[in-house]
Design a protein around this ligand. Sequence first.
Ligand code: MEV
Length: 441
Amino acid sequence: MSGFTNSPFEGFSKLSLEQRLASLQSFIGLTQEDIDTLSVHGCGLSLDQAEHLIENVVGLFAMPMGIATHFQIDGRDVAIPMVVEETSIVAAASASAKWIRRNGGFKTRSHGKLIIGQIQFPTVKDPMAFERIVNANSGYLLEIANETVPNLVARGGGVREIQVRLLERPDSDTMAVLHVLCDPCDAMGANLINQVCEALKGPLEQLSGEKVGLCILSNLVDTKLVEATCEISDITPELGHAIEEATLFANLDPYRGTTHNKGVMNGIDPILIATGNDWRAVEAGIHSYMALGGRYHSITEWTYTDGVLRGRFLAPIAVGVVGGVTRIHPTARVSLKMMGIEHADDLARICAAAGLAQNLAALRALCSEGIVRGHMRLHAANLALAAGARKHEISLVEEKLRQEARITLSRAKELLEQIRLASSPVVVAGNVVAAAGRSRE
Ligand code: MEV
């Protein structure tokens, strides 16, 4: 597979499912076992494995996995697995990635690598004395903290710093919150940091004479940001300015900002699901980061100057590639392999690039033909299915639906009925004289 963009995935969308799997095998080096995990074994997870993940298991829930193609991130071709139910997300990400690829691809980088654990003291009697005691004993506290996670320390990670924050309560007393900053290496780190915080509780109460409340990580990981950028020069000034204007709208108006950011997350959540990561944590972290300044704003920034559209994504993405579900779920393992991911940071950067691409696709559509036409075109097959079309009827309904002004479920049902009528046997005086199109059930 090759084309003018030199993407190894040129033509991927035109292949049959079997051909797509074969190309994954040859391009990415997936083994037959990996391929079977994706296709033969359905969602890859056995009921036995599921029983170890959550409680009261009664079954499995399958979702489609598609490959977002044409991504070139920091000079590397990446096939991105996306697990998602919404039509057009995979196609839109791929189309944007192809456009960005033609313009030099995505550049990414990380800012910081520490996650945050919080130890709360609901009311401290003497805030200044408390702060002094914690700071004076920080070496001892760090030692206890790191003794709790010896394997992490052996891998080069561990707790680096303890910060004191003082917050004014509504009753005018002071709440103290310690931030325990930890390098989780390739883990998302929730379990690690929670253990550390709980281990520090006793020593802190003894040292300070104050009472600890909650010990838990913070999902607002503004100490671990990831950035993705791109530059596009083959764009008309009208579209370039319109996309810049769309960012302004998202920044000025949280009602638009929320939808804009939902579009960004359309590119990220499917990767988090495909890799068994905690997408609720990333969602919570990103949205609260976007509201940190007091007003909710856009995750992405698009500017158009001198004929170039420049896009930037900047947000916290705390993910892991060791521990948790990432290594237990067979499909998550294949997903990481597919993207050639060794470190959590690689995954975060891919998520950032995919979020930026997805946002560009939405803005490009919104600023030109609108979102409905393209989305509904791709949605036609779903509507055919929902209308009750059988396997051999789906493409017939889909084709007719795409030519319609009204792409709705009721129209799909009407078209299906017409197709069935047209292919019904024609009976003349009790004899079947024609049965057009009734060769398959
Ligand atoms: C739909 O899933 C996402 C969009 O609403 C995003 C946006 O409006 O920017 C199209």
